[in-house]
Design a protein around this ligand. Structure first.
Ligand code: GLA
Ligand code: ZN
Length: 674
């Protein structure tokens, strides 16, 4: 939670170093009109704040900070360290990264520094300290935003040297490393840590070695955490009461965000929400829930989204009328305590000159974007702090794991039987089945608290980390329901296959033996033939991979319809202790997942907050004061929600509501329970 927040923060990135005084004054007027109560700055202003090493110019920022104070606008102060000044790259070339091709890169791009460079860290901490000391008593400082969207991988000699140290710490001895990396394959044995290289494209052996790639990605996460903490520790020292975060890029795959946000300096999860035009609302909700899950369900910050088009999409589609309002409330419905944009004023040049902004090049408030955003701002003023810190209780959880993602998709491409894996998307299919039924879901890590849930979905959980098999078994034994799929349990944390029958640690729990797996091409399908109809259907389609399964105590629920393994089991359930463990030996289609999920929810008495017509998304947030229900009609038709005998006040319209209420297409209700 944001410390001491007494309202939902509304506003976003502001880059005043691009504007003259008169424009800035006009912006204050426009901000007020739009209900902006927080600005994030100066994200990219290192060059202006420190024009020469050790020579600082804060006068312009001081003047601005005064203006925000006069206008009662809070400040999220960014350390400008994502874009190092040219003098820094020139004077200390070690700060520049080396890319995967082994090329030393030149100055110019933002987020383009080596996270392990001592010089970078020294200069970044120095400017962070200057800022913290200068603004520690500034009354409107409510947040620190460290750098911007970390995620640059570097392959420079510094990183290589540090990687060796990191490996030594992880594995202790070279013998242990050789064993864990299974270097006896293709004669890759190393005799000394000094012989270990980074997995660049100059080195085919390493670049295709899953174990090395995986450890490199882990190392990059740890290095980035250190780089973040290098600044955050300084900020904490001078401003212990100010909430610290760094905004997570929508490209979340590069860094293990469970680890990143577990840093004691990361007070809140903040992330940048840029759904592609026309994105399925379920996919947007899924990412929000994943972000909320990073800190075990605590509220988060939606730190950026575009009020209109995103220039970097292949086609800069305009947001349709009402769309920005819908995605704003959706973020809050899923746990965000903020609604912030990139950007408040549109740049007049540069790569993002046509990116959407609250204030466009026209420079005034008479635009559709401004009107739509001002409406949200005014509504949020009325809502105040009603749901701040609110949690979203769930009885269903989906396991998501970055190491598993990396090994499936980036580190081990050439190993898997099937190249067509997009872990984020494949897991989202399980999420969507629940989303479509308004069943609240928590996205959890393998280290999460399993006992809180009635059912845990663990799709494509290829990597069985130490103790995980036992943990899942204990969960089921105590009465939990587990749903897992093909690929589950095949390798350990170093990508070594389980020795013995598949699926290793889960074999007994699932009551099966998977003998082999057939890879299906993208366009190929097999079918799931139910032994007993599932919600009226007996045949569903499946794709990606088909496991050939021998039941060892499990009950067979469905068989394959085609190929030489037609008539053999593809879907099983095993009663274990007080619970059940389901195994889907393939990737099922959406109708199967919908039907199966529905049946499971019925069996386990897991319900949506209220019954609603198709297209209406419902979530619930509860804090110490209020129970709030969000109702969002994503459909094109008016639709209804049945509130039963409960009585609510719609905080946006002040209407009192009960029983069956109807919600206009594209409209939103924020209902406070009486
Ligand atoms: C990212 C960055 C912003 C801006 C936006 C544009 O999220 O953090 O600085 O470039 O993308 O969509
Ligand atoms: Zn480096």
């Amino acid at each position: 939670m944001i410390k001491n927040a007494d309202r939902i923060y509304y506003g976003g990135d502001y880059n005043p170093d691009q504007w003259d005084e008169a424009t800035i004054d006009e912006d204050m007027r426009l901000f007020k009109k739009a209900g902006v109560n927080l600005v994030t700055l100066p994200v990219f202003s290192w060059a202006k704040l420190e024009p020469e090493e050790g020579v600082y110019d804060f006068a312009w920022l001081d003047r601005l900070m005064d203006k925000f104070l006069e206008n009662d606008i809070k400040v999220c102060l960014a350390t400008p360290t994502t874009a190092q000044p040219a003098w820094l790259s020139r004077k200390y070339p070690e700060v520049l990264p080396v890319d995967k091709q082994g090329r030393k890169r030149t100055h110019g791009m933002r987020v383009f520094f080596c996270v392990n460079s001592e010089k970078y860290r020294e200069r970044a901490a120095a400017i962070a300290e200057k800022m913290a000391k200068r603004y520690r008593d500034y009354p409107n400082l409510v947040l620190w935003h460290v750098a911007n969207e970390y995620g640059t991988y570097c392959y420079c000699p510094t990183c290589e040297a540090k990687f060796r140290v990191w490996l030594k710490k992880r594995y202790g001895t070279i013998e242990n490393l050789n064993e864990r990396w299974h270097t006896c394959f293709w004669g890759r044995t190393v005799y000394d840590f000094e012989e270990i290289m980074l997995p660049t494209e100059l080195n085919d052996d390493y670049r295709f070695n899953p174990a090395v790639n995986l450890d490199y990605m882990r190392f990059m996460t740890d290095s980035t955490i250190e780089c973040f903490e290098n600044e955050a520790a300084v900020l904490r020292k001078y401003t212990p009461d100010v909430t610290i975060q760094t905004n997570i890029s929508g490209h979340i795959e590069k860094l293990d965000q469970f680890k990143m946000t577990a840093s004691p300096y990361m007070d809140i999860v903040a992330w940048d929400n840029y759904p592609a035009p026309g994105a399925d609302p379920a996919f947007v909700a899924y990412k929000h829930d994943l972000m909320r899950g990073l800190k075990g369900g605590e509220s988060f910050m939606m730190q950026e989204q575009s009020p209109n088009q995103q220039n970097w999409q292949p086609y800069s589609k305009l947001k349709r009328p009402g769309e920005v309002r819908m995605i704003s409330y959706q973020a809050m419905a899923h746990g965000s305590d903020t609604c912030l944009y990139f950007q408040l004023r549109q740049s007049i040049a540069g790569e993002e000159m046509y990116h959407g902004a609250l204030i466009s090049h026209a420079g005034h408030e008479h635009t559709r974007t401004f009107r739509e955003c001002a409406q949200i701002g005014q509504e949020l003023q009325r809502i105040g702090d009603a749901f701040i810190g609110g949690q979203t209780p769930a009885q269903s959880a989906i396991i998501f794991d970055w190491d598993n993602w990396w090994i499936l998709e980036f580190a081990s491409k050439r190993c898997l039987p099937n190249d067509d894996i997009n872990y984020l998307k494949k897991v989202s299919k399980f999420y969507k089945a629940l989303f479509d039924r308004n069943i609240p879901v928590d996205m959890i890590s393998v280290d999460g608290e399993f006992d809180r849930y009635k059912v845990i979905y663990a799709p494509f959980l290829y990597m069985m980390k130490p103790g995980l098999g036992e943990k899942l078994t204990a969960f089921v034994e105590a009465g939990g329901t587990l749903v897992t799929t093909t690929l589950a349990g095949l390798v350990d944390e170093n990508n070594r296959a389980v020795f013995g029958e598949y699926p290793g640690a889960l074999r007994e729990l699932l009551g099966i033996w998977v003998e082999e797996s057939d890879a299906l091409k993208k366009e190929e399908r097999n079918s799931i033939v139910m032994r007993q109809a599932l919600l009226g259907e007996t045949v569903y389609s499946c794709m990606y991979q088909c496991d050939i399964i021998h039941p060892r105590g499990a009950q067979v629920l469905a068989d394959y319809g085609q190929d030489f393994y037609a008539g053999t089991p593809c879907f099983t359930v095993n009663e274990y202790g007080k619970g059940k463990a389901y195994y889907i030996g393939t990737e099922p289609d959406a109708p199967f997942l919908g039907a199966f999920t529905e049946k499971l929810c019925e069996e386990l008495d897991i319900r949506a907050p209220y019954p609603a017509e198709k297209g209406v998304e419902l979530t619930r947030r509860i804090n110490g004061k209020n129970e709030i229900v969000f109702a969002l009609n994503h459909g094109r038709e008016e639709a209804s929600v049945d509130l039963g005998t409960d009585v609510f006040t719609d905080l946006i319209t002040d209407r009192q509501l009960t029983g069956s209420v109807s919600i206009a297409p594209n409209d939103v209700m924020v209902l406070k329970k009486r």
